[in-house]
Design a protein around this ligand. Structure first.
Ligand SMILES: Nc1nc2c(ncn2[C@@H]2O[C@H](COP(=O)(O)OP(=O)(O)OP(=O)(O)O)[C@@H](O)[C@H]2O)c(=O)[nH]1
Ligand SMILES: [Mg+2]
Length: 226
């Protein structure tokens, strides 16, 4: 398959920038089609939402830099399955109004366990929580599944923005906890993994400042004009 690969380094809602980035964490967003993966990512990375977004074709990622424990952590978030290799975290998304998307979650977990690192941090995300009248997946069902599988769990709305930041931040904090317990490369310099397309995976790095640092909480919600 001839896939297009697009990376978007977000410059939106930038208020002040750090001198350096301490960590780059690769995260994947997976789940059935139309559950809201792309819109969750847009909400987190750009504070945008699009009601009639098109199905994602190709391989895309967006980034946002957040401050965790006084460290600047750049989340490089891939909007697709098939990018699990080298990922430190995964958002496994279902739609609370589509029972089938929840029934498939177990298969997505298997997929992750097969193709991602053992230490990958997984958050189960019940999206479209704003559609309360259309809900077909009770919160308790998802809580039980998440507990059994050792996953973090959040219900979110990419539309309203509810819990989106909280969920991504929790995932990044947990990755940070995992990473900071592992011994780091003694030189503390970037060593891109050549078997992984040169992607950084949670290495402590010493990068000079760039134009895409955004560390503030998003102040207001917005929509895009797609
Ligand atoms: N009401 C509501 N609609 C949402 C929400 N998130 C996404 N949608 C809508 O659901 C549809 C699918 O969203 P996408 O983000 O494109 O879904 P996706 O999971 O990326 O789909 P694929 O790219 O096909 O895998 C779009 O019409 C979105 O506007 C939400 O939180 N609430
Ligand atoms: Mg998509």
């Amino acid at each position: 398959m001839n896939q297009e690969m697009n990376g978007s380094e977000t410059e939106g809602h930038l208020e002040s920038g750090p001198d350096k980035i301490d960590y780059v964490f690769k995260v994947v967003v997976i789940g059935d089609s139309a559950v809201g993966k792309t819109q969750l990512l847009s909400r987190f990375a750009k504070n945008e939402f699009c009601l009639d977004s098109k199905s994602t074709i190709g391989v895309e990622f967006q980034t946002r830099t957040v401050n965790i424990n006084s460290k600047f952590v750049k989340a490089q978030i891939w909007d697709t399955a098939g990018q699990e290799r080298g990922a430190l975290g995964a958002m496994l998304v279902y739609d609370v109004t589509k029972r089938q998307s929840f029934d498939h979650v177990a298969r997505w977990v298997e997929e992750l366990r097969a193709h991602a690192d053992n230490s990958i941090v997984i958050a189960l995300i019940g999206n479209k929580a704003d559609l309360a009248d259309l809900r077909t997946v009770p919160t308790e069902d998802a809580v039980e599944f998440a507990e059994n599988q050792g996953l973090y769990f959040f219900e979110t709305s990419a539309l309203s923005g509810e819990n989106v930041d909280t969920a991504f931040r929790k995932l990044l904090e947990e990755i940070y906890n995992v990473i900071s317990k592992k011994p780091l490369d003694s030189s503390n310099t970037v060593k891109p993994d050549l078997n992984n397309g040169g992607l950084l995976k949670g290495l402590k790095i010493d990068a000079t400042s760039g134009a895409d640092f955004e560390v503030s909480e998003m102040k207001k919600l917005s929509t895009c004009s797609c």
